[in-house]
Design a protein. Structure first.
Length: 92
């Protein structure tokens, strides 16, 4: 689920280890990047169905984990499809 302030996620792996149980996570607008946080558009950064590499910051509310893509250049969307169904390539 996406809102203007957050993207809700399902955590399916930690590193190279696929989890047998899924966990809930959330990426907040302020945790997408370190610079120009006020200009972050969540719907411009993520789409439903994207695979995202993120760092776990903390255990949040409602038994979900707070995630961040700001801490490393290797974090962010790593696999995504276009609206037409084709695979997208990373640009940065």
């Amino acid at each position: 689920r996406m809102t203007l302030e957050r993207a809700e996620c399902i955590i399916v792996a930690i590193g190279e280890t696929v989890l047998s149980e899924k966990f809930r996570g959330v990426i907040r607008k302020q945790d997408v990047r370190f610079f120009e946080v006020d200009k972050v558009g969540m719907v411009e950064c993520f789409r439903v169905g994207d695979f995202v590499r993120a760092q776990v910051l903390a255990l949040g509310d409602l038994r979900s984990y707070v995630l961040s893509t700001a801490s490393s250049d290797s974090h962010g969307v790593i696999l995504a499809k276009s609206q037409a169904g084709g695979m997208l390539e990373p640009v940065s």
